[in-house]
Write a protein that binds this ligand. Structure first.
Ligand SMILES: [Zn+2]
Ligand SMILES: [Zn+2]
Length: 98
């Protein structure tokens, strides 16, 4: 269900600017993982779950195992605390600033 880019699309030039992102997690059932145009345009790609390392679709925010992903440092701190993951000083500093 991917929509092919037309030259009139404002984002069409992005296909040629040489920026590519590499998916860290691949799910063959996911249209973002399957469509190389997302990577060619340097768009956000699927990533590994903070909690279990599973596939999180770039437009979803929930991993294949149902873990919610943080959208800001506060979220991340909370999720890390809930799952007893390591909390870096950097993250704590970020939360103070925001
Ligand atoms: Zn994906
Ligand atoms: Zn997960």
């Amino acid at each position: 269900m991917s929509i092919k880019m037309k030259p009139s699309d404002p984002a069409f030039w992005m296909l040629f600017d040489g920026i590519t992102t590499t998916p860290t997690v691949y799910n063959a059932n996911c249209y973002i993982c399957r469509d190389s145009e997302f990577a060619q345009m340097g768009l956000p790609l699927c990533y590994a779950c903070l909690v279990c390392g599973g596939h999180v679709a770039a437009d979803d925010g929930v991993c294949d195992n149902g873990h919610y992903q943080p959208t800001c440092p506060h979220d991340e701190l909370e999720i890390r605390q809930v799952y007893r993951l390591e909390v870096s000083q950097e993250l704590l500093d970020q939360c103070k600033e925001v």
